[in-house]
Design a protein around this ligand. Structure first.
Ligand code: ATP
Ligand code: MG
Length: 420
């Protein structure tokens, strides 16, 4: 689990300013797309995840932080956001008030994993769920949202991988063929996959082990097994993506790690080497049967989850800076001007400027050193002469001519000064 800190303090993690930038950009986009924010607890009944994510998945099988509370209940730190969202949707009978519900969340998730770059035990997801529409347009709206987010963040090397998992009508036939094929290649599979073959054969398609991937390359293809309605839905998804000009590749190995998916599944995969095996920045899909299976109304739904840790790492690699340095550093020239300077700093902040002031006092020289370190745009030195004349100078810290300024007009002058 990581500490996220401002500036350069965060070590391997992206500075918190990068996180804030991604979150701000995402919130703005969610609002444009009509998604409202939900904030659910970080702990839920363990049973919720067992019933939704699935007992045989890695997440529930070996990655959950599960504990007993003082009342003897089994609780788990949430490993993902969809099950809590659906639990909340059912609990508040949202379907009765809002037949088409669009929600998003931003928050920490917990999985007991082996630490690597882009793989942590507390990580953050941005996710969205749309409940109430079975139409392809809903799937595509969500993918378009992610595409627009990646665009807004300037992340170009991320490709959309698309698949369909079919439904109860067509998937069993595929699964049977898949199990036959994998059983014939059993000896070539990793230990985990030999177990998955018994419990959750589709997951073998998703294994990152190279030997398993070699086997999987010649495995039966789910897309050749889709029934007519699933095929039509998939075609419609592709047609609408084309209509929006969204580029994608078909990848029949995108099965996702959770049990609840039906039909459309997708992943956004980064080409950047910084992420290693953690190259999937996010993914999602349709889960038309989950609500009913959790005791809710029989409503279709589709959603996605993006890993903020991985998104911010990609931006950090891009080397862009997001923090805003102070507009002005107010320095005190003499003891008698300390109150006036302190008051000026407060007033300028009220007027909207970012102002740095050294509350420790100290020599003018040490204050100017700090002004330099904070990368303030201007320094303004306030002493007796400035107080008496009502005039001071804005000294550009990057060099250049000082700008004369009336003490009553500092904010206007800073705003009007050309950016150097
Ligand atoms: P992976 O195949 O990389 O293990 P996953 O299928 O377990 O991913 P999802 O459950 O689909 O991941 O979660 C969606 C996104 O959340 C991932 O694409 C990733 O960006 C992020 N994520 C998942 N687990 C972690 C983790 N342990 N640390 C950091 N980010 C994570
Ligand atoms: Mg995982």
């Amino acid at each position: 689990m990581n500490d996220l800190l401002p500036g350069e303090l965060g070590g391997d993690m992206a500075p918190v300013e990068v996180w804030q930038h991604v979150e701000r950009t995402a919130r703005e986009l969610f609002s444009r797309f009509g998604y409202g924010e939900i904030r659910t607890p970080v702990v839920e009944d363990t049973a919720l995840f067992v019933r939704s994510v699935g007992e045989e998945t890695d997440i529930v099988g070996k990655e959950m932080y599960t504990f007993e509370d003082k009342g003897g209940r089994s609780l788990s730190l949430r490993p993902e956001g969809t099950a809590p969202a659906v639990r909340s949707f059912i609990e508040h009978s949202v379907a009765n008030q809002e037949p088409l519900t669009r929600w998003y969340y931003i928050g920490p998730m917990f999985r007991y994993e082996r630490m690597k770059t882009g793989r942590y035990r507390q990580f953050f997801q941005i996710g969205a769920e749309a409940i109430g529409s079975r139409e392809a347009a809903q799937d595509v709206e969500l993918m378009d949202l992610v595409v627009q987010l990646l665009e807004a963040l300037g992340l170009k090397e991320v490709s959309l991988n698309l698949n369909s998992l079919g439904d109860d009508a067509c998937r069993p036939a595929f699964q049977q063929k898949l199990v036959e094929y994998l059983t014939a290649h059993r000896a070539e599979l990793c230990e985990d996959c030999q177990r998955r073959l018994e419990n959750n054969p589709m997951r073998v398609l998703d294994c990152k082990n190279e030997k398993c991937q070699a086997v999987v390359r010649s495995a039966p293809n789910i897309l050749q097994f889709l029934c007519e309605p699933c095929k039509a839905h998939f075609e419609e998804v592709k047609r609408k993506l084309d209509a929006l000009g969204v580029r994608y590749v078909i990848n029949s190995q995108i099965v996702r790690g959770l049990d609840y998916y039906t039909r459309t599944t997708f992943e956004f995969i980064a080409a950047h080497p910084a992420l290693g095996t953690a190259s999937t920045v996010g993914g999602g899909g349709r889960y038309d049967k989950l609500l009913k299976s959790l005791g809710g109304p029989d409503l279709p739904a589709v959603g996605f989850g993006l890993g903020l840790d991985r998104l911010t790492l990609l931006l950090k690699e891009g080397g862009q800076k997001y923090g805003a340095p102070p507009d002005v550093f107010i320095a005190v020239a003499d003891e008698g001007s300390a109150d006036a300077a302190f008051t000026l700093a407060s007033k300028l902040r009220r007027e909207g400027l970012r102002v740095e002031f050294d509350t420790r006092g100290g020599s003018l020289k040490s204050q100017m050193k700090r002004a330099d370190k904070t990368k303030a745009r201007f320094a303004l030195v306030l002493g007796q002469a400035e107080r008496e004349s009502g005039k001071a100078q804005l000294k550009p810290m990057a060099g250049g001519e000082p700008i004369p300024v009336a003490l009553t007009e500092v904010a206007q002058t800073v705003r009007a000064a050309p950016q150097g």
